[in-house]
Design a protein around this ligand. Structure first.
Ligand code: FAD
Length: 493
């Protein structure tokens, strides 16, 4: 049986691994870190668990191919409880609060009470959010392998989504906000997404929550990654951790295998590159093999921006229902990276009691960071002492602002960890610290990159970077597509 070597044990790599093992292939995953999961991970600090990925997992609602895929790879299943999100997020401005509830009728009511003069736009937004609930990530086979009938079926299943695209497809998040008159509604809409995002992304994200299709598997991100790893091992797959790959060994039009950082070579019939695509083509392979679509997106930094986060975790002595969910509020100006921020968020992880000692909770703040911010952190990182000092200063300022907003927290909250876009580059070799893929802006055509490498017959790609804006479903889909291509070739042979 053919041997497949997979570079990277994130969600994409492990998805490909599970499906190939199940189909009878011999596979091995080589992962640079001590744990599989890549960006879908978490870690302990001071007896608290910092969950650092899943805010919503698209595909938790049964009845879609994506849901079946999550079950097949062990991410979800009959024994996996799912936490139902009560709200998407909540925004506060000038003493007024607006919450985007799971129950969209409740949201509509709250919006109408806040701003009767926006009635028409509010009703329209809620109507289109319902339509956006039909959005699904197609996972059956690669898009370039789909035929007319496949496209027809996909079109039919997402008919309502077509209407959303017609109405909001040519608008960015700021333009959507400006359709409303009330300053809080305007503010709330731009609060959640980095600027540049297209308006429909807001509707799709919120629709995922209102449609009950974006909940959180119990145990959080790392637990989900470890379940997938167990599934993989259960089928006989082998994960080598602390096993960084230095390069892919090429002979003519074929990869012979991989060279590990420790100098050993591993032979393979197929190599799946399941790590960051920038790293794949600039370090493991050669830029000359980079697919045109990717090259175009990496070259056009305005039209295909990426974003990251500056994040802080706080331990809180006490359980406070007023902190539940994700809350965004105005704060005194502070500089984070190269930008001055005036708004900040806190997210409570109180839905998972195991993340904190009894009677306590953990909160997190995530300041969205642009590519300019990344440059700031990158240059500071050269001097580790200054880098750590700046991180601590920002965390302290953020803590003061949280205490100002929630005075009952004074003396009951402290910072337990701080991480920056550089953390993602160090941990996952992430391009500009991004943990999602390219943002598709209004000015740019969305590009889906086929997972094959021109000029190399047995090298495949599996990564969220093949389709913006990335995320866990995209990673799983791309892993599946890589496995699909290898199975298809075996069937031909
Ligand atoms: C704070 C945060 C919040 C998020 N929220 C959500 C959310 O709510 N919903 C959602 O859908 N998505 C979310 N995401 C995004 C999600 O985590 C990613 O889209 C997904 O995990 C990407 O998976 P991947 O397999 O494509 O890539 P990765 O996770 O990057 O996996 C690639 C793997 O390759 C390894 N690797 C890299 N270089 C090498 C090498 N040379 N040798 C060996 N191994 C290597 C890396 O260590 C990594 O394990 C979030 C991410 C973060 C960080």
């Amino acid at each position: 049986m053919k041997k497949v070597v997979i570079v990277g044990g994130g969600i994409a790599g492990m998805t490909a691994g599970v499906l190939l093992q199940k189909a009878g292939f011999t596979t091995e995953i080589y992962e640079k870190n001590a744990l599989p999961g890549g960006h879908c991970t978490g870690w302990k600090r001071e007896g608290y668990f910092i969950d650092n990925c899943i805010h919503w997992l698209t595909g938790t609602r049964p009845g879609s191919a994506l849901h079946e895929l999550w079950k097949e790879i062990g991410a979800l299943g009959d024994t996996v409880e799912v936490h139902e999100k009560e709200m998407f997020f909540s925004s506060k401005l000038n003493g007024q609060t607006l919450t985007f509830w799971r129950d969209k009728e409740r949201t509509r009511k709250e919006m109408l009470e806040l701003s009767p003069e926006d009635e028409e736009e509010i009703n329209k937004l809620i109507k289109y959010v319902s339509m956006a609930e039909t959005m699904t990530v197609p996972v059956e086979k690669p898009f370039d392998a789909m035929n007319f009938i496949d496209y027809m079926k996909l079109g039919m299943s997402m008919k309502a989504m077509g209407k959303v695209m017609k109405e909001y497809g040519n608008m960015d998040i700021n333009e959507l906000a400006m359709r409303f008159k009330h300053p809080l509604i305007q503010r709330a809409i731009v609060d959640y997404m980095p600027s540049g995002y297209q308006a429909y992304a807001f509707l799709v994200s919120y629709g995922t929550v209102t449609g009950g299709n974006g909940d959180i598997p119990k145990g959080g991100s790392l637990a989900m990654s470890l379940r997938i790893a167990e599934k993989y091992k259960g089928y006989g797959g082998v994960i080598h951790t602390n096993a960084g790959v230095k390069s892919i060994l090429i002979d003519g039009k074929m990869a012979e295998g991989i060279l590990l950082e420790n100098g050993s070579k591993v032979e393979a019939d197929y190599v799946i590159c399941a790590c960051d695509t920038d790293y794949t083509f600039r370090k493991l392979l050669s830029e000359k093999y980079m697919p045109k679509g990717l090259m175009k997106m990496y070259a056009d930094r305005d039209k295909y921006p990426v974003s990251s986060g500056f994040q802080i975790a706080y331990a809180v002595d006490g359980v406070f229902p007023e902190l539940t969910g994700t809350r965004i509020f105005s704060c005194d100006d502070m500089s984070v990276g190269s930008q001055t921020v005036k708004r900040m968020s806190i997210q409570s992880y109180d839905y998972e009691p195991n993340f904190a000692p009894e009677g306590k909770i953990i909160l997190q703040t995530n300041f969205s960071q642009t590519e300019s911010d990344y440059k700031y952190w990158e240059s500071l990182y050269i001097d580790k002492e200054s880098y750590e000092k700046r991180k601590a200063e920002i965390a302290e300022q953020a803590l003061q602002r949280v205490e100002k907003e929630y005075p009952f927290l004074a003396g009951k909250i402290h910072v337990i960890d701080v991480w920056s876009p550089m953390t993602y580059t160090r941990y996952c070799n992430s391009y500009k610290g991004a943990y999602m893929s390219f943002v598709t802006t209004k000015q740019a055509k969305s590009i889906t990159v086929p997972g094959v490498v021109k000029g190399l017959d047995n090298v495949l790609l599996a990564s969220q970077w093949l389709m913006g804006p990335g995320g866990l479903p995209t990673a799983a889909a791309m892993g599946r597509f890589a496995a699909w291509r290898i199975m298809k070739r075996r069937n031909k042979e």
